[in-house]
Design a binder for this molecule. Structure first.
Ligand code: HEC
Length: 101
């Protein structure tokens, strides 16, 4: 609960949406990945892999959504990525969590 209280307001709709869609999307489909993770890997490959390596061997494996969000704000090399939505970041974090295991 502590996490929910300190979470910025604009992320709550995304979390609510993610929870609502969870039953449909969290089920593993082809290749054992959920649709969330598949979409996250797709985004990562397109946007992040050029600098941080393929998702399976990413230098950023296991990074949380919070950590990615602040890195995108702070790191000057991320400037072109400022338009990424919270939903995109959440999906990328899910893909990076998967690739850490
Ligand atoms: C133009 C190159 C570039 C792109 C594209 C890029 N990054 Fe980075 N990123 C960097 C650099 C440089 C750093 C700082 C050095 C480091 O930690 O690797 C960094 C740091 C980070 C950090 C903080 C440090 C850490 O290890 O936790 C995270 C998290 C991160 N990037 C995630 C991402 C994600 C996710 C994407 C795609 C949405 C992305 N980056 C796209 C260049 C890039």
């Amino acid at each position: 609960m502590q996490m929910l209280i300190t979470t910025p307001k604009r992320i709550l709709p995304v979390l609510a949406l993610a929870l609502l869609m969870l039953p449909a999307f969290a089920l593993p489909v082809r290749g054992g990945d959920s649709m969330f993770v598949q979409e996250g890997k797709h985004l990562y490959s397109r946007i992040c892999a050029g600098c941080h390596g393929d998702v399976e061997e990413s230098a950023k494996a296991g990074r949380s959504m919070t950590r990615i969000r602040s890195a995108l704000r702070i790191q000057p090399q991320h400037r072109s990525l400022a338009t990424l939505t919270d939903e995109d970041i959440l999906l990328i974090a899910m893909a990076l969590r998967e690739s850490e295991e």
